[in-house]
Design a protein. Sequence first.
Length: 321
Amino acid sequence: MRKLFPDYFLITLKGLAMGAADVVPGVSGGTIAFISGIYQELIDSINKVDFSFFSSWKKNGFKIAWQQINGSFLLALVSGIAISILTFSKIITHLLATQPILVWSFFFGLVVASIYSVGKQISNYTIPIWAAFLIGTAISYYITIAEPVSSPDSYFYLFISGFIAIIAMILPGISGAFILLLMGSYSVVIGTINEFREGVISFDTTKIINAVVKLGTFAIGAILGLKLFSKVLHWMFDNYRNITLSVLTGFMLGSLNKVWPWKKVISTRIDSHGKEVPFMEKSILPQYFDGDNQFALAIILMLLGFLTIFILEKVAEKFSK
């Protein structure tokens, strides 16, 4: 039986980490959920949320209905994600702009450790398992080298963007933020989040309403995509667990190209603040990096990211007893 503290507090912290990851093009919130030990519970809980909740509420009372959908878990997690996106999005983007090598080094170590963490859960390595792993790796790697499109901001496109990006956000190794960047919607979504925060701070109702309508459209697409895809993942875990784990492990391996710290900028784009930022990048060896490659600090951050996984696993084991 979970208690408000520390159990649900810890889940909220995991939500904070997922939210911070989801705003970074290249890091998946699904990866954070997986390595923190809540991935399958998240998928199972989402799968339980449907209109039967209301009939159960009417028949058995709110408390029973809430327990059936694991509502406290979802509320704690979603609260953490929402708080993180609204508060940390500016911090994360600032760090990526000012200390990109160190930030990506930490994420690189995080993903490398999570590949091992997820891969060791596969109980039997057969030819189909290896094939699924290679397919997952190839798909994820291709996504990291695909060229993003320009940024359309129609409401229909925001809906489609939400539908597709949320699927990526719950898949370990595939970044929902990067999918938004590929679709050209990243600057619109991040810009709208910033507009909402600024509107609340300045009590500007015009900004708030405009942001809420856009974010609401995006959220409707995301909710629909999340609900439909969670059923697929739930079924896959129930019937093809090893293959599913191998595909997800492949996704994470393929994503390492995106989170590699040392990049060469091939082309640039204008972000939501009117600043010029990298658009297409190519992974290079540290010695070929133009400028201070911060190699020693980068290795330290990689190790810290790697060790973070084992700390999270130990904490999860401690509180699950």
